[in-house]
Design a protein around this ligand. Structure first.
Ligand code: GLU
Length: 448
């Protein structure tokens, strides 16, 4: 491997030895960039890689709030403003007990490439807190969000940094944060995306990541196998916003969604989802915030596998949409043994490096999240545009734009992989295409 690439990877590991997730993301991206770096000495001369792995700014802050018993609570808030070479920092807020600086650095790094791939002018950022809304009351969630924004509002802005939702941060949390920003900043601007439709949110934003995942997978199947999703057996991990809307779009295309899982376990429903089951699932997840155990009580032919993920279920296509490293080396082996043909990531880095390697070696079509899940942030970009021009576009227009964005990303990945002698390698294609745009902008703008 080019020693420049290797030197940068090693320096990252040396500098912050405890940030394993960040190391994994850096290693995954940089190793696939080798042919690009080798072909152009400017990247080394202008220290592009060293600058790309170093966030432009990291903000950490105390988030004090009162629970319903009147007890004082303290969480830690973060915003990692990773790279603004091609546009304002853009990326979600993760609210989950697992949140650390390392996880947000990994996500902000990935976001930079993802946002670049959309073709829209958005830099990369990510933020959040180790606060978990599960088990908290409405007032507790609101008090937390308001306290969080009381500090963050001075660091963001519609032309500076535009946060959005992510794991644990849905429409409710975005609403509370946006409300507090508007009050403190005394202006109504598109500083957040994923807002409610009545206050500047875009239609199709809730569906965008899941729909985009399927539009991307559709292009992969068409190009590589000349096929579509009709009657294809699919499984999904994660029943959040991304998972549910992935299922919805797959069903529209005639696929049979037979497996899905949440924190408690996996459902194996051999008959596949239908409209009644999907409506039940949406109500269970989005309204009742309940467990999948309820699903098998209602639809008794379905099986519940306590504590399991869906990977044991034989399928044609699998969609990991929950969280990082949820699909491990041994899960990849099981999926391959059972004949899987397509893995399309809806989450960020859900497959381990070893799992990805196995899929690629076995000739399974594989797309990394930074390409296939970019529809969410893509429609966030469209929300920013609508806010700037003070108009709201109809759902049909946004959905068409989303579709165009996903086709554009797919084709950019395919072309970049081909250009550098790795045809069919979507991982390399995504990293190269995302990297080149940001790198050119950084070089053009000098040492900043
Ligand atoms: N959190 C989402 C992502 O990982 C969406 C970010 C956004 O809309 O800004 O891409």
């Amino acid at each position: 491997m080019s020693s420049y690439v290797q030197d940068v990877i090693e320096a990252v590991k040396r500098k912050d030895p405890s940030e394993a997730l960040f190391h994994q993301a850096v290693e995954e991206v940089l190793t696939t960039l080798k042919p690009v770096i080798d072909a152009d000495p400017r990247y080394k001369k202008y220290a592009v890689l060293e600058r790309m792995v170093e966030p432009e700014r990291i903000i950490t802050f105390r988030v004090p709030w009162l629970n319903d018993k009147g007890e004082m609570q303290v969480n830690r808030g973060y915003r990692v403003q990773f790279n603004s070479a091609i546009g304002p920092y853009k990326g979600g807020m993760r609210l989950h007990e697992s949140v650390t600086l390392a996880s947000l650095k990994f996500l902000g790094f990935e976001q930079t490439f993802k946002n670049s791939l959309t073709g829209l002018p958005m830099g990369g950022g990510k933020g959040g807190s180790d606060f978990d809304a599960r088990g908290k009351s409405e007032t507790e969630v609101m008090h937390f969000c308001q306290s969080f924004m009381s500090e963050l509002y001075r660091h963001i802005g519609e032309n500076t940094d535009v946060p959005a939702g992510d794991l644990g941060c849905g429409a409710r949390e975005v609403g509370y944060m946006f409300g507090q920003y508007r009050k403190l900043a005394n202006k109504f601007v598109g500083v957040f995306t994923g807002k409610g439709v009545s206050f500047g949110g875009s239609l199709i934003r809730p569906e965008a990541t899941g729909f985009g995942v399927v539009y991307f997978a559709q292009e992969m199947l068409k190009l590589n196998k000349g096929e579509d999703f009709k009657d294809k057996v699919c499984i999904i991990s994660g029943t959040g916003n991304v998972g549910i809307h992935t299922a919805q779009k797959l069903m529209e295309l005639g696929a049979k969604v037979v497996g899905f899982n949440d924190y408690d376990g996996a459902v194996y429903d051999k008959d596949g989802l239908d409209q009644e089951k999907l409506a039940f699932l949406k109500n269970l997840v989005f309204v009742k915030r309940g467990s999948l155990r309820e699903y098998v009580k209602k639809f008794t032919k379905a099986e519940f596998h306590e504590g399991k993920k869906t990977w044991f279920i034989p399928c044609y296509a699998a969609f990991p949409t929950a969280c990082e490293n949820e699909l491990k080396d041994e899960d990849a082996a099981t999926l391959i043994k059972n004949g899987v043909k397509l893995i399309c990531e809806g989450a960020n880095m859900p497959c381990t490096l070893g799992a990805v390697k196995q899929f690629q070696d076995a000739g399974v079509l594989y797309s990394p999240g930074k390409a296939s899940n970019a529809g969410g942030v893509g429609v966030s970009g469209l929300e920013m545009t609508q806010n700037s021009i003070r108009l709201s576009w109809p759902a049909k227009k946004v959905d068409e734009e989303l579709h165009n964005i996903m086709v554009h990303i797919h084709n950019s990945c395919v072309e970049a992989a081909k250009e550098y002698g790795m045809p069919g390698n979507y991982l390399a294609g995504a990293n190269i295409a995302g990297f080149k745009k940001v790198a050119e902008a950084m070089i053009a703008q000098g040492l900043v």
